[in-house]
Ligand binder design. Structure first.
Ligand SMILES: O=C(CO)[C@H](O)[C@H](O)COP(=O)(O)O
Length: 283
């Protein structure tokens, strides 16, 4: 597969996702980070001339994409407290069959999670390489955002949870030393064996609690989040926006603010130019 056709797959998926989920009457729209989101913003720009829509970025790059497209950004912390976004679009590094996602390949996972949880509908757009039965099949590690001072204790705790060789992400050619996030934190990339879905656990493939070295997505996410020094984990799991709304209407908290972390739909651009749509079964 050439780079060109991967880019075309992302573009086709973005166009379909925007056709299906972007309304020119929207008030607030979340915009994720990465390379695929650029095609989403292009597609939005082609459909909307409404100057009143406010676009909520998930970091520096995302804000630049919004501004360069001539759209109007609004900072997440300027949103009225109980206001939800009509929709949020973002990319993903890997998506499993229950629509749990790994995110944070671009180091923006903290703001991406804030924005996803604030949206009535969180929509992911990706190319076919991201579509896998389980997380950590093709994508090797879980990105975790960590306070710099805590880096060695977090690395140690991750090893105790069974991550064989967690690494602090390097700034590579961009800067000497660790990469810094938009919060001035570090990223640890932690490998684990591929993660069980909840149906794997229900069908007896494992307890999912790490005792046999196998973790279920949500259980591992909670364990990592409990480590002091961890700001956020790049596992987007638990409820989706539709389930979160039901919980809110039933008077239950969602555990994470207003919404859910999981997408209600994922659009995969395929090798043959088609778009595969996977939606949440929990409607
Ligand atoms: O989570 C992210 C950034 O933190 C991105 O959404 C994810 O890495 C996908 O990026 P791309 O669209 O470039 O494949």
């Amino acid at each position: 597969m050439t780079d060109h056709s991967i880019e075309e797959a992302k573009r086709q998926a973005a166009i379909r996702a925007v056709e299906d989920h972007f309304s020119p009457e929207a008030t607030y729209v979340g915009i994720g980070s990465g390379t695929t989101i650029i095609y989403v913003v292009e597609a939005i720009k082609e459909r909307s001339t409404n100057p009143h829509i406010r676009f909520v970025p998930t970091g520096y790059q995302s804000r630049q994409v919004i501004v360069r497209a001539g759209l109007t950004p609004i900072a997440f912390d300027s949103l009225p407290e109980d206001t939800m976004l009509d929709v949020a679009f973002d990319g993903a590094d890997e998506v499993d069959e229950e629509l749990n996602c790994i995110k944070g390949g671009g180091a923006c996972l903290f703001q991406e999670k804030l924005v996803a949880e604030r949206a009535r509908k969180f929509i992911c757009v990706a190319d076919y390489r991201k579509d896998q039965p389980r997380l950590l099949t093709n994508w090797p590690t879980i990105p975790i955002e960590v306070a710099p001072i805590s880096i060695y204790t977090v690395l140690h705790s991750l090893r105790l949870l069974g991550s064989p060789n967690p690494q602090v992400r390097d700034g590579l050619l961009v800067k000497a030393g660790p990469l810094k996030t938009d919060q001035d934190f570090f990223i640890i990339d932690a490998p684990f064996p591929s993660l069980l879905t909840s149906s794997d656990v229900a069908s007896g493939l494992g307890a999912g609690d790490g005792t046999d070295g196998k973790w279920q997505v949500e259980t591992l996410s909670k364990e990592i989040k409990l480590i002091t020094g961890v700001l956020e984990v790049g596992l987007f799991c638990g409820m989706d926006g539709v389930q979160a709304e039901k919980a809110r209407n039933g008077g239950l908290g969602t555990g994470s603010g207003l919404g859910g972390q999981k997408p209600v739909a994922v659009y995969f651009g395929m090798q043959d130019g088609t778009v595969k749509v996977r939606t949440s079964t929990a409607k």
